[in-house]
Design a protein around this ligand. Structure first.
Ligand SMILES: *Cc1c(COP(=O)(O)O)cnc(C)c1O
Length: 403
């Protein structure tokens, strides 16, 4: 069941790999060995599952949304996988707990992490508080200003937040700083990377720590509608929530796997984060995958209304699934995601994160192409409370819902 997807060279076909400086070779080898150990370690997995159940709130339910489907004029049955109900409000806690537990088992007492909007930083700070580990979070100085409440949360949770003032002063630069710290301190420190990307073994390890989403979905589907889902839809930033729900179904060829990227404001480079539409294969943060680049091959700037989807590259297993045609990748625009957020809120009483709203928006656009007996699962990766101040400030909630 718990299958290893990566080959012995750390690759998924031509994607993935370890494009790293000498200084990181040793830490990556040790991390890979530690990860392989826990794959066989029943005690670790039992402990991890116990924490997920008693602390994080797993398993999460599968909720059918009939009123929403009626509102969009659909015939199919639609179910949401409710990762929004987890502690800290999104799927990121799964991976943070898994990696921090692995770090503690291997004798590391200090965790470093990067964060963009602050979601992964908060999840990691939470896991560290719970497991009794020191936590340092690198965050671009621009993001620290934009996401002041999350900086406060991380501090409350006992983490040290270090501002990054280099480059574009955002997520990409925070990842560079976290790798630098890790290379210097790896004997005492683990780098808890927040999505299914970066050098091997991170993409495989993060996929593993998110794969319970798909495993639960598989069991719950059999119970609720007596078959595998006909389609699974998930938003794709770095790709961890999507690969978590996809991976147990990759070999079940009849299950359509659909990833939804951030279409942003327009198709122009710099105005979106749709790597599979505007990007080409290239290397970023130690990993060969699809990458948004300018005409000189430099990493292009990106835009999305949702911070979690705003990254120029994407996890390497998604690149392989894309080239194989096993999964398809579409994109929706900022305003379509906002409309989806409003409609799901007012018809079902569930306020989705802007990231997850991209998956919901795709369904709104494509529902006509699904048949009456189709059962569709949408991964609701997180809740939208975090997004309301931004939506309010930018006046994006006007005209939505019902007065
Ligand atoms: C961070 C985040 C994402 C995007 O990250 P993935 O690694 O692509 O899953 C999606 N949804 C929510 C709620 C997030 O916080």
């Amino acid at each position: 069941m718990r299958k290893y997807f990566v080959d012995k060279n750390g690759r998924y076909g031509s994607f993935g790999g370890q494009y790293i400086p000498e200084l990181l070779m040793r830490p990556m080898q040790e991390l890979e060995a530690a990860f392989k150990d826990i794959l066989k370690d029943k005690k670790f997995q039992k402990n991890f599952n116990f924490i997920l159940k008693t602390y994080a709130g797993r398993p999460t339910p599968l909720t059918e949304v009939k009123r929403f489907v009626q509102a969009i004029g659909g015939k199919a049955r639609v179910f949401l996988k409710r990762e929004d109900l987890l502690h800290t409000g999104a799927h990121k806690i799964n991976n943070a707990l898994g990696q921090c537990l692995l770090a503690r088992e291997t004798g590391k007492k200090r965790i470093v992490a990067e964060t963009g909007a602050g979601q992964h930083g908060v999840a990691t700070a939470t896991a560290c508080a719970y497991l009794g580990l020191d936590c340092v979070v690198y965050m671009g100085s621009i993001d620290m200003k934009r996401q002041a409440p999350n900086v406060l949360k991380m501090k409350l949770l006992g983490a040290k937040v270090v501002g990054v003032y280099t480059g574009s002063k955002t997520l990409k630069d925070a990842i560079n700083e976290a790798f630098r710290d890790y290379a210097e301190n790896y004997e005492s420190t683990h780098y808890c990377l927040g999505s299914a990307l970066g050098p091997h073994p991170y993409p495989e390890m993060v996929r593993f720590f998110q794969s319970m989403i798909g495993e639960e979905t598989k069991k719950q589907s059999l119970k609720l509608f007596e078959k595998n889902p006909d389609a699974i839809i998930a938003c794709v930033g770095g790709g961890s929530n999507a690969i978590g729900i996809f991976s147990p179904f990759i070999e079940a060829k009849k299950v359509r796997l659909i990833g939804v990227e951030a279409g942003g404001r327009s198709d122009k480079i710099g105005e979106h984060a749709a790597r599979f539409h505007g990007g080409n294969p290239g290397v970023l943060h130690g990993c060969h995958s699809y990458l948004l680049q300018d005409e000189n091959g430099q990493v292009a700037p990106t835009h999305s209304v949702s911070a979690g989807l705003d990254y120029p590259s994407v996890g390497p297993l998604h690149a392989k699934l894309f080239e194989q045609g096993r999964a398809v990748y579409s994109s929706v625009k900022d305003e379509e995601a906002v409309e989806a957020l409003k409609l799901l809120s007012s018809t079902e009483g569930i306020i989705p994160a802007l990231e997850s709203s991209h998956a919901v928006a795709y369904l709104m656009k494509e529902i006509k192409n699904f048949k009456k007996n189709d059962c569709i699962v949408v991964n609701l990766s997180g809740r939208g409370d975090k997004d309301l101040p931004q939506l309010f400030e930018n006046n994006l909630l006007n005209g939505g819902g019902k007065e």
